[in-house]
Design a protein around this ligand. Sequence first.
Ligand code: ATP
Length: 194
Amino acid sequence: VRGILGGTFDPPHLAHLAAAEAAYRQLGLGEVTFLPAGTPWQKAGESISAGEHRMAMTELAVAGVDYFGVDDQELRREGFTYTIDTLETVPPGEELTLILGADAAKGLATWHRYEEVLERCLVAVAPRLGVERTEVEDLVPVEVVWLDLPPLAVSGTDIRLRVATGRPFRFLVPDGVWRYVSSHDLYRERGRDE
Ligand code: ATP
């Protein structure tokens, strides 16, 4: 079974890795594929870093874990990207588990062709501060698996803001990501408007 963890990964951080690892271990997955989003419709109008930066950072984040990989297909697609289109590129015989944070899981039933997404995948959810289990269970029309990890209050938004305001973020992201953000001068300006 393959786990799929989609996201903007702007930047990828430790909560992404912890959720992927929890799913891998708890559900006995064969591998977890990180899927950086192209132009996610949920984030239309927000500025996100260039796909090549997000791809490079995601590669750095998973480096050294042989059961984690990155798929850049959504970055190569034109226009808005929808998860179902990506799931349809996986051969039907391969079982899939979608890995989501509780905030993202709450919105699942608003996704493009979400019934088909739910038919195709099991759903594994990582707890997130401020989101109750019951909120997710009320909003997702299938049974979900809760991942065994503590709620981690790390987010891309907070990291971007930290960089923009010169506050520490090392160790909230994998080392390679920390180096990449610093050496490419990412987020110095942008995080400030968020
Ligand atoms: P941003 O703050 O930029 O919106 P983010 O850190 O929430 O970003 P994304 O890359 O958009 O991260 O999220 C990818 C997936 O990881 C989503 O399913 C999201 O819910 C989940 N996720 C992100 N951060 C956490 C966290 N701290 N705990 C649990 N799940 C998380």
